[in-house]
Each structure stands twice: as structure tokens, then as C-alpha cells.
Design a protein around this ligand. Structure first.
Ligand code: G6P
Length: 511
């Protein structure tokens, strides 16, 4: 396989790459008494894309989120701003600054919860969602408006360069952007990647038709639509066929729309394995590890997550409680350590969920704690170094999402753990397509079965544990972030460049 450097060099010779993603790769963090400083942002999208942005120096068009404006000067409108983070990364960011109300409707009414909930099957449909005229307003004046602002910035950035624009747009916050950009830049190559699951055509019908049509019309203006897994690709093509009546080719993975061919491909996102291993060996992580060694019990079950409903945190705790009931020998010998970060707190469902999670932990701890032992250790903090130290220390990593686009926690954890730690993995996480063969698979809704999976992981013979962990580590090493990036760049070259496009027979050989 050609290395990522060669791909990016070739790419930069021919194209002017521009990233558009709602979330910036940086966050402002400040400890009391210290000036605010930029740090790497969180979430799967940033983790995956940051390596590409750095390798290419591509401008990243991102939204200024609540609280940012007060802290720093955005610079001249549309001018990319160079930002160096505390860990030595450098990004060129072009900020989009939507009015507060438009941002609120975009982020807090449409993107999270509505689209996020639909795409993770989170609605209890007997009760929610209730969609009305205010939904339509939020769509037009919030979602579409913010997408227009992003598109204008992308177009402005594209026109500053002399090469053919390559627009890499991302995720559910920007579904209508490809169409808006295509109207202005007819010759641009547009690649839109969706980081979260793509549900069935039937489930999309929870959304009103105007929204569904806008989403598909927006996305199908791209040249390539990238998704995480093969089942996402299938669902996407089925959605084109069933909800839009479009001709699709499941073998070639293409849809035909408005006289154009759109390629629909899966590229499982991953992590920067070498970079991650370097972080794991850093003095800060080793310091955190020493602190953990002071309190860790004989056995440690671990999870790291944003406190998102899709992560299925409460059923994870119920399963742990069942484990303590069914196998009382584990009491006092195993602790479940959960490192959770509050997220999207302006959305009521997320606020309620955070409350419920803490309540369940309190109840279980009250019920089972002894003078020396607390069953669940809940830490609400966003601390990458501590999270990595936990990865090195776990005996069992619980990744039990209801549905998840990929889940990089599983990949990160299996990369740096050296204790033969075992992965208990939901069959509905995208990463199950890669790691499922070696992990212990669970149905995330079955709490007794999850408890048995935890037990099986805890008692597994050490040789088997190490063998399985080694296999998983090898899979992640092979499919690391460089592969994610180069597979997409290779498709841009092979599928879209004129000679290849005229000779479909050649495509078979190069894909
Ligand atoms: C997931 C989504 C990203 C999102 C991230 C964090 O990884 O796919 O698009 O950025 O979660 O969520 P937030 O709402 O904080 O950006």
C-alpha cells in the first residue's frame, strides 16, 4: 500500500483540499488561575480527521461553539486562523459564526437530538418525536441557514486557491452543504463522510418528507458518500431506492441522481496507532497510571464515553449489578470504573440522561458497597491522559452502545492495553465488523447476557485472553487512520479522474 505521505503529496499537487466539519479540532480549556489555552478537541470525528488536516495543512471550516466568541478574536471574516495546540498540533481554522438562535436551532433542535436520535434508533416512537411547525422553522432558519453559512465559507476558501477544490465535508450537521457548494463550484470534487450509523429507509420515515428530501438531495450532490460499515452502505443505497425511487447498483455501490453517478463506499475510521502509542508512553500518562495503581482492585472493568444516550451506559451498570448478583464471588474483588464526559447539555434528553446515570450509580453503590469497597467508580471528567492510563490498566473494556457509527474507544483501548484485557463489544457498534471475531459479542439490550459476558471475560484463560487481544491489536494496526485516509484518496483518484471514469472496466482492477 502506498503511504499516506505519497497520497497527500499527490493530492496537494492536483487539489486544494478544504475540510468542513461542525466541530473544530480544538477546544479552549482553562484551569483556574491559568490563561485559556487551545487543546485538541474530542469526539470520534476530530480524533480521525486531525491527522489528515495536519498532513495536508487543509483549512478546516468549523463552527464557533457557545462560549468561544468571548474568549478570542476570530480574525478577519473568512481568513483562516493558525492555531497551535498545547500538544504541538497545528491547524488552519476558518470559523463560521452563526447567530445564537440559528446555532441553537441547528445544533440543539435538529442535529442533536433529531438527526442523532433517528440515526441511532433512539426514539421511543410511541411518544416522541412530536414534530410541528416549529420543527420546520428550525430546519429552514437553523439547519439550512447554518449549512448556507458553512457553504459560503467553503466557496470563499476554494476561490482563494488556484487548484481544483476538493471539499471534504463531514457528518450529520452538514447534510445539505454538498448541494449548496455544488451550485457554486460545479467542478469541485465533493466527498461527504457520515460518521454515524445510516438506518433503514423505513426508520428515516420518522422524519418529514421535506427534511428527508433535503438531506438526500444535499448528500447526492457529492461525488462520493463515505460511510463507516458495509451495512451502512447497504442501508444508504436502499434509502435511495425505496425512499427516492432512484436506480442504484448494489454491486458497484452507486446511485444515479440528476444525471450523475454517486459512489457510496465504506471506510471504517480508525486511530493514529503510532501517535497513540507514543501518548501512552508519555510521562503524563505514566503519572496517571501510578495513581491508578494506588487504588485499583484485583480486577478492573472500564468504560470511557461521552454521556450520550447511544452509549447505553445505564444498561451497562445494570449488567454489572446482575454480575454481582449472579456471581457474588466478584463482590469486593472487581470495580467498574466509568470515565464519562458530559455532552450536549443544552438538549433536555442529555441533561436527563446525565442525571439518571448518576442516580443509578448511587443506587448500586448504596446496595453493594462495603467499608473497603465501592463497586462503581464514576468520574465525570474529560482527561485524555487519565483515560489512556485506564486503557493500559483494564482487565475488561465494556463497549456496549445501542448503535454506534464506529466507536474508537474499542480501538484505542485494544491498542495500548498490555494486560491481555478483554473487549466486551456490542454487535451494533461499527467496529464489530472488524473486531467482533475476537471480542466477546453482546446484544446491548440483554443485561443478563452482558453480565455473563463480563464474567466470561474476567475468568478467561490468560493465554486465550492474550491471543485474542493480540489479534485485535493487529487488526487496528493494519487498519489505522492512514488507511482510512488513503482509501478515500485512492477512490477520489480512481473513481473520479477522467481516464478511470471513461473506463469502468479499469475500475475493477484498482478498487
Ligand atoms: C460524534 C459525531 C461528531 C461529533 C462528536 C462529538 O463523534 O460523529 O460529529 O462532533 O460526536 O459531539 P459534539 O456534539 O460535541 O460535536
Amino acid at each position: 500500500m502506498i503511504g499516506i505521505e505519497q497520497y497527500t503529496r499527490r493530492l496537494l499537487r492536483d487539489y486544494h483540499p478544504i475540510i468542513a466539519a461542525n466541530r473544530a479540532p480544538v477546544d479552549l480549556s482553562s484551569n483556574e488561575g491559568e490563561p485559556a489555552r487551545f487543546v485538541r478537541g474530542g469526539g470520534g470525528l476530530v480524533t480521525g480527521l486531525a491527522a489528515f488536516a495536519q498532513a495536508t495543512g487543509a483549512v478546516w471550516v468549523a463552527s464557533v461553539r457557545d462560549g468561544f466568541e468571548a474568549e478570542f478574536d476570530l480574525g478577519a471574516e473568512g481568513e483562516p486562523m493558525q492555531i497551535d495546540t498545547a500538544d504541538g498540533s497545528r491547524f488552519q481554522i476558518s470559523w463560521v459564526s452563526p447567530p445564537r438562535l440559528a446555532h441553537d436551532m441547528h445544533y440543539n433542535t435538529i442535529a442533536n437530538p433529531l438527526l442523532w436520535f433517528v440515526q441511532h434508533y433512539l426514539w421511543n416512537l410511541a411518544q416522541a418525536p412530536v414534530l410541528d411547525a416549529s420543527t420546520r422553522r428550525a430546519w429552514d432558519d437553523g439547519y439550512r441557514r447554518v449549512n448556507q453559512m458553512f457553504a459560503a465559507q467553503v466557496v470563499r476558501e476554494a476561490r482563494r486557491g488556484r487548484k481544483r477544490p476538493l471539499v471534504l465535508s463531514h457528518d450529520y450537521q452538514l447534510y445539505v452543504l454538498p448541494r449548496l457548494v455544488r451550485r457554486e463550484l460545479t467542478d469541485a470534487v465533493i466527498h461527504h463522510f457520515v460518521h454515524i450509523p445510516w438506518p433503514t429507509p423505513q426508520y428515516w420515515k420518522v422524519l418529514p418528507q421535506y427534511m428527508r428530501d433535503d438531506i438526500m438531495d444535499g448528500l447526492l450532490a457529492a461525488d462520493i458518500v463515505g460511510l463507516q460499515t458495509s451495512s451502512d452502505v447497504r442501508n444508504f443505497l436502499l434509502t435511495c431506492e425505496e425512499n427516492m425511487g432512484l436506480p442504484v447498483d448494489f454491486r458497484q455501490q452507486t446511485a444515479f441522481y440528476r444525471g450523475r453517478t454517486v459512489w457510496v463506499r465504506n471506510y471504517p475510521i480508525s486511530i493514529d496507532v503510532r501517535g497513540f502509542e507514543r501518548s501512552a508512553a508519555s510521562p503524563a500518562v505514566e503519572r496517571a497510571e501510578r495513581e491508578i495503581l494506588r487504588w485499583r482492585p484485583e480486577h478492573l472493568i472500564y468504560r470511557v464515553d461521552r454521556m450520550d444516550l447511544s452509549k447505553n451506559i445505564i444498561r451497562g451498570f445494570y449488567a454489572f449489578e446482575r454480575l454481582l448478583e449472579a456471581h457474588s464471588e466478584w463482590r469486593t474483588r472487581v470495580t467498574f470504573w466509568a470515565m464519562l464526559q458530559k455532552t450536549r447539555q443544552n438538549v433536555p434528553e442529555y441533561r436527563d440522561y446525565a442525571r439518571q446515570v448518576q442516580q443509578v450509580v448511587r443506587l448500586i453503590n448504596q446496595r453493594y458497597a462495603t467499608a473497603e469497597w465501592q463497586p462503581i467508580r464514576l468520574e465525570l471528567r474529560d482527561d485524555m491522559e487519565r483515560a489512556i492510563a485506564g486503557y493500559k490498566q483494564f482487565d475488561v473494556l465494556l463497549v456496549n452502545p445501542i448503535y454506534d457509527g464506529m466507536n474508537l474507544v474499542a480501538k484505542e483501548g485494544m491498542t495500548v492495553n498490555r494486560r491481555g484485557g478483554m473487549l466486551v463489544l456490542s454487535e451494533n457498534a461499527g467496529t464489530h465488523e472488524e473486531l467482533g471475531e475476537w471480542a466477546i459479542t453482546i446484544n446491548p439490550f440483554e443485561v443478563d447476557a452482558t453480565a455473563e459476558a463480563l464474567h466470561k471475560a474476567l475468568v478467561m484463560d490468560p493465554i486465550e485472553r492474550h491471543t485474542r487481544a493480540e489479534k485485535m491489536r493487529a487488526v487496528v494496526q493494519q487498519n489505522d487512520i492512514a488507511r482510512w485516509i488513503s482509501a478515500q484518496l485512492q477512490d477520489i483518484r480512481d473513481l473520479l479522474e477522467p481516464t478511470a471514469a471513461r473506463r469502468p472496466d479499469l475500475l475493477q482492477e484498482t478498487i
